[in-house]
Design a protein around this ligand. Structure first.
Ligand code: 5AD
Ligand code: SF4
Length: 442
């Protein structure tokens, strides 16, 4: 029998990287690798990296510094860097950290098996192409093994929007949608393996326009309706969306498709029209609020989430107050917020920067407001019945944990056979980061 070699993958950044890491592990399976959970056990280590903010990128170099010491005891250990730092920095990574054997970008990781052969001969391997061929066509078909009840599925990659702060159009490339039929096939396979909830992923997921078999393009809403027909698939989510791509059919689907969950991540970044213009967002605060109003008209109980950047170059106190007003007007169930981070090569990097102390203060005020809204949203669930997809056992004996429709982590005492099933739960308490409830007997 062929030797089994051990692969450790550490994933940074977004959910798409989580999906890519799974596919990379599967690709390396063809070379006899099985995944392990610690770098010490591994024959090969892959860091699947994120370049979105400076901190994320720097983390990779500190981790590489730690990992290279493992080569002292295990000279045959191979270290690779994948993902968006690999794409953005390429060869520079090997210069900065010579212990790195392999660098592979997010669009070329289907070539990992060949690259692995090359590094086994003592050479280095680098591939940061945006190849003509579709990596998904070249990746081996997914294994049939049983898996947990939730899964990510990439349907679209890349971005043509060029927000002035963002590296994604450079690291992930131009917008590309996968053909609808391939996505439906992959979704069916996932459901056969035990998946009940699929989150469709894309950097601009609602710009999805995948080729259909009839030659016409499929919109995200049409794709959702195709997935809706899969027996055994109970929940559909999608992320991340751009406000300008919230089309009528997608808004309508939130009101009419029972499998589409009432949760939407719709980043706006700022509430100031001046800053939105400088960010090249191509929408105003009012237009965003109008979209929200239409979504709420279609699905009144929808939980909204967003992303915010504070301290974007040129942001004044008034601009920041406009962001706070937009947050108050929207009322988020949760949100992610970041201090602006200069990314080399993006247009905003050239502009005069906001004082760091001022940006930190704004971030804190914004996060306090968001936490209040999040708390209120979570507390409002007490006394309500929600549907929970149980994903795993809780820390307390007999308790299971899962997510409600609104993505709240929810605990309840429930029998093990409900793992991987959706059950009704009456919410009795709202804790710091989760809800507790009682199973409603059906
Ligand atoms: N600085 C800070 N935050 C950023 N984001 C993207 N680029 C930057 C940057 N240069 C945030 C945006 C985006 C999320 C994924 O990361 O809010 O929606
Ligand atoms: Fe990181 Fe953005 Fe790339 Fe995702 S798309 S891996 S968040 S830089």
């Amino acid at each position: 029998m062929a030797d089994t070699k051990k692969l450790f993958i550490k994933t940074y950044g977004c959910q798409m990287n989580v999906y890519d890491s799974e596919r990379m592990a599967e690709a390396m399976g063809s070379k006899g690798y099985t995944e392990v959970s610690s770098p010490e056990e591994a024959d090969m280590i892959l860091l699947n990296t994120c370049h979105i903010r400076e901190k994320a990128a720097e983390k990779v170099y500190s981790e590489l510094g730690r990992l290279k010491t493992l080569k002292t005891d295990k000279p045959d250990l191979k270290i690779g860097v994948a993902g968006c730092v690999a794409q953005a920095e390429g060869e520079e990574i090997m210069r900065r950290q010579p212990a790195v054997d392999l660098v592979v970008g997010p669009q070329s990781y289907h070539r990992l098996p060949e690259m692995e052969e090359k590094i086994q001969t003592g050479r280095k391997a680098l591939d940061t192409d945006f190849p003509e061929e579709d990596k998904f066509d070249h990746l081996k078909s997914r294994p049939k093994a049983k898996r947990g009840p939730t899964a990510f599925l990439t349907v679209q990659e890349g971005c043509d929007k060029f927000c002035a702060f963002c590296v994604v159009p450079y690291t992930r490339g131009a917008e590309v949608s996968r053909p609808a039929s391939r996505i439906v096939t992959e979704a069916r396979d996932l459901v056969e393996r035990g998946v009940r909830e699929i989150t469709l992923l894309g950097q601009n997921v609602n710009a999805y326009h995948g080729a259909a078999d009839d030659g016409f393009d499929t919109s995200l809403a049409q794709l959702i309706w195709q997935l809706d027909k899969i027996d055994g698939l109970e929940r559909i989510r999608f992320t991340t969306s751009h406000p300008n791509d919230m089309t009528d059919d997608l808004i309508e689907a939130h009101g009419t498709c029972d499998k589409l969950m009432p949760y939407l991540h719709l980043p706006v970044q700022s509430g100031s029209n001046r800053i939105l213009k400088a960010m090249n967002r191509k929408h105003t605060a009012e237009e965003y609020l109008k979209v929200i109003e239409r979504i709420r008209a279609a699905r009144p109980d929808i939980m909204l989430s967003g992303d915010f950047i504070v301290g974007f170059p040129g942001e004044t106190d008034q601009d920041f107050e406009d962001t706070m007003s937009l947050i108050r007007a929207t009322n988020y169930g949760s949100a992610f917020s970041f201090k602006y981070s200069t990314r080399p090569g993006t247009p905003a990097a050239e502009k005069p920067q906001v004082d760091d102390g001022v940006a930190s203060e704004r971030l804190q005020r914004l996060q306090t407001l968001i936490s209040e809204q999040q708390r209120a949203g979570q507390d409002s669930m007490v006394g309500r019945k929600v549907k929970v997809l149980f994903e795993k056992r809780g820390r307390r004996e007999g308790q299971l944990i899962g997510k409600s429709e609104y993505l709240h982590a929810t605990h309840a005492f429930a029998p093990d056979h409900l793992l991987g099933e959706v059950a009704e739960v009456l919410i009795t308490a709202s804790e710091t980061n989760s809800l507790t409830g009682e199973l409603v007997s059906s």
